[in-house]
Design a protein around this ligand. Sequence first.
Ligand code: ATP
Ligand code: MG
Length: 266
Amino acid sequence: MFRQFFGLKYNPFGKEIDISDVYESEDMKELNSRFRYIQNIRGIFLLVGEPGMGKSTALRKFAAGLNPGLYKPCYFSLSTVTVMDFYRGLLISLGEEPSHKKVTMFHQIQQAIASLYYNQKITPVIMLDEVQLLSNSILEELRLLFNFKMDSENPFILILSGQSQIRNKLQLAVNAPLRQRIAVKYVMQGLKPEELPDYISTRLKAAGLHENIFTQTATEAIYSASKGTPRLVNSLATASLMYACSIKQKHIDEEIVYQGQRDIDV
Ligand SMILES: Nc1ncnc2c1ncn2[C@@H]1O[C@H](COP(=O)(O)OP(=O)(O)OP(=O)(O)O)[C@@H](O)[C@H]1O
Ligand SMILES: [Mg+2]
């Protein structure tokens, strides 16, 4: 409904965003330079951020930008698969037939990674999302799984991505061996107040609306309610568009943001 009212091709703040439309925020730029670094040194990367900060989006973008002749991206989200499914899925994406025994799968994974890297000169890039769900024993298991040539080489890139509880888990003494092996870390900060007007107008433009219909005070209200978390910014902006449409107003001011927010507050 509101799409027609504002002349938008799609909801500019919807969930399905094309990789090419991902906003180049400070976070994305900082992350990019760290991703480039881990591509050089390989090993374990830790990506931490509160819900809705853009971690999975950043992983999607990173995977899409990798040269398939040099890297093999494998993405798994622990919110949808179990650890065993992850091992099995990893083997399948590495071109192996998974065994039924976990111990055998471990060897298979290690061999497949080593063969990809040493024989085919392709670096496996394994992205494990929602790692805050992992138990300490599984974290230890991961460390053993990604231990090559008596821990002297890294024929892989392993990106562990999750919400901030993972940092607390890694602080525990039992997880020190894994923590010490993390080569690069990044903590997502969210959109900065000065980035928000540009973020909003960029998303509007991508959806076909070239005029920024959000006033400065509306943007400020969105920032103060979202603290720059992209998912919250998106739902507030969508709610504002819907409310503005319901009262047939083309410009979105702070009052509309407030009324829109009331519709989505739970
Ligand atoms: N830089 C960006 N440009 C455009 N949209 C973004 C950007 N960052 C995040 N988003 C949008 O914000 C929403 C939340 O992002 P995402 O799902 O990546 O967060 P997350 O950190 O993985 O959250 P969770 O911890 O809940 O899994 C998505 O709909 C995504 O499209
Ligand atoms: Mg996510």
